[in-house]
Design a protein around this ligand. Structure first.
Ligand code: FAD
Length: 157
C-alpha cells in the first residue's frame, strides 16, 4: 500500500486537537498532537503517540510527566504554533497544574505521569497515568482530512 493512501485513510478519522506540554530541565515544551485516546478507566490511563524524531520525546522521557491540553475552536493559532506551522505567539499562555505546564483556555488539561512506553515502528506510545484534569466550557477544535474544521452538533430527529 502506498504511504499517501495510508495517510489519506487515517485522515478520514475525524479527531480533536491537543497540545502536549511538559517541563524538563526547567524548560517548557509543547507539541501539537491528535494521536490521543483514553485507554482505561480503572486505573485511569490515556495514550499519546509521538514521532521518534520529535523533540517532545526526549523531553517527556526526561520529565516523566506531561499534560494533554484538548484545544477549543478558539485555539487554532495555538495548534499551528506548536505544530511549527506558524509562529503566532511570543508569549504562550501557560499555567502550572500539579507542577506541569498547561495551556490556559483549553477545554481539558489532563495531567499524567508516564506509566510505561512502547516503541512501535517510527512512533512511541506513552501510556499516561492520569493525575488530575481541569475543564473549561467551549467547543472543540477538530481536524479532518488534513484540515482544521469547525465543530457542529448533529441534528437529531
Ligand atoms: P518542535 O518542532 O521543537 O516545537 C514545535 C513548535 O512549538 C516550534 O515552533 C517551537 O518553537 C514551539 N514551542 C515549543 N515549546 C515552546 C515554548 N515553551 N514556548 C513557545 N513555543 C514553543 N506529531 C506526532 O508525533 N504525534 C501526533 O499525534 C501529531 N499530531 C498532529 C496533529 C496535527 C493536527 C498537526 C498539525 C501536527 C501533528 N503532529 C503530530 C506533528 C507535530 O506537531 C510536529 O511535527 C511538531 O513540530 C513536532 O514537535 P517537536 O517536539 O519536534 O517540537
Amino acid at each position: 500500500m502506498e504511504s499517501r493512501a495510508f495517510r489519506d485513510a487515517m485522515g478520514r478519522f475525524a479527531t480533536g486537537v491537543t497540545v502536549i506540554t511538559t517541563k524538563a530541565n526547567k524548560e517548557v515544551h509543547g507539541m501539537t498532537a491528535n494521536a490521543f485516546m483514553s485507554v482505561s478507566l480503572d486505573p485511569k490511563l490515556i495514550t499519546v503517540s509521538i514521532d521518534n524524531r520529535a523533540n517532545m520525546l526526549k523531553k517527556i522521557n526526561c520529565s516523566g510527566k506531561f499534560a494533554v491540553n484538548v484545544l477549543s475552536d478558539l485555539q487554532q493559532d495555538i495548534s499551528m504554533h506548536f505544530a511549527g506551522q506558524a509562529k503566532k505567539y511570543d508569549e504562550i499562555p501557560f499555567a502550572m497544574f500539579h507542577n506541569v505546564p498547561i495551556i490556559q483556555g483549553s477545554l481539558a488539561s489532563v495531567v499524567c505521569e508516564v506509566d510505561r512506553t512502547y516503541v512501535v515502528g517510527d512512533h512511541t506510545l506513552f501510556i499516561g497515568s492520569v493525575v488530575d484534569a481541569l475543564l473549561t466550557e467551549g467547543n472543540p477544535l477538530t481536524f479532518y482530512d488534513g484540515k482544521y474544521r469547525k465543530y457542529q452538533p448533529a441534528e437529531y430527529v
